[in-house]
Design a protein around this ligand. Structure first.
Ligand code: HEM
Length: 196
């Protein structure tokens, strides 16, 4: 982090602005990994060497890490003076003066992640069925975050930035296709009754 800060400073840039962008990219990568692991877990994909509980534990830890990194991304955004964003713009969509619509996509994704994490931590109180319904909104957080990146990300305008977006899109598309194929063969996963 020290070398990164020094590099940013010597490049004449604002280190906090570079931090916002770097943590944003790491957050999107972690969110992508979390969606992939979520699909593996929900479809009970496992091998003797890779049992289901390993995917479950990894999914939970990667998701918590994603939320923590998004938190740092938001914090550096608020502390940064390169663009002025108020703290409520981090939780109330469409209140940012800077790129209102595209920042709002990130805000809604952040809100969804907070709700999904809170209901996961309080799973014993909400009950499994409600938790599962709310948990599906985690799937919505990912395209919103990708839209936020493509719309407002400085790095999304570079060729490696586009490649990164395509890699995330490809990974989640493959996971969703696998999920649909399994559900077609074995029926949908049970939520309110019926199915697997
Ligand atoms: C799930 C939630 C979020 C994810 C995954 C995410 C991810 C990202 C990514 C990948 C970038 C692009 C970095 C780059 O330039 O290469 C970015 C930029 C940015 N994000 Fe977020 N973000 C999220 C939520 C938020 C929230 C809630 C705010 C509001 C406080 C926010 C404010 C910004 C700003 C100001 C930028 C820089 C835009 C620019 O380069 O002009 N993000 N974010």
């Amino acid at each position: 982090m020290g070398a990164f800060t020094a590099a940013a400073a010597s490049a004449g840039g604002n280190p906090l602005w570079y931090a916002t962008r770097s943590f944003g990219l790491v957050a999107l990568a972690l969110l992508t990994a979390s969606v992939l692991l979520g699909v593996l877990t929900s479809q009970r994909i496992a091998t003797p060497k890779w049992p289901r509980f390993a995917s479950q534990a990894l999914h939970r830890n990667v998701s918590l890490l994603a939320l923590a990194v998004v938190g740092v991304h938001v914090l550096t955004t608020l502390m940064d003076t390169y663009v002025r964003i108020t703290w409520w713009a981090a939780v109330v969509p469409f209140t940012s003066a800077y790129r209102t619509g595209y920042v709002a996509l990130g805000t809604i994704a952040f809100d969804l992640l907070l709700v999904v994490t809170a209901t996961s931590l309080a799973r014993t109180l909400t009950g499994h069925r409600w938790w599962r319904l709310v948990h599906w909104s985690a799937y919505a957080a990912w395209p919103l975050a990708l839209g936020h990146y493509l719309g407002t990300g400085t790095d999304a305008r570079t060729s490696w930035g586009l490649l990164f977006a395509l890699a995330c899109l490809g990974a989640v598309s493959v996971a969703v296709l696998i999920r649909l194929a399994i559900e077609r063969r074995e029926g949908p996963v049970r939520v309110w009754g019926g199915g697997r």
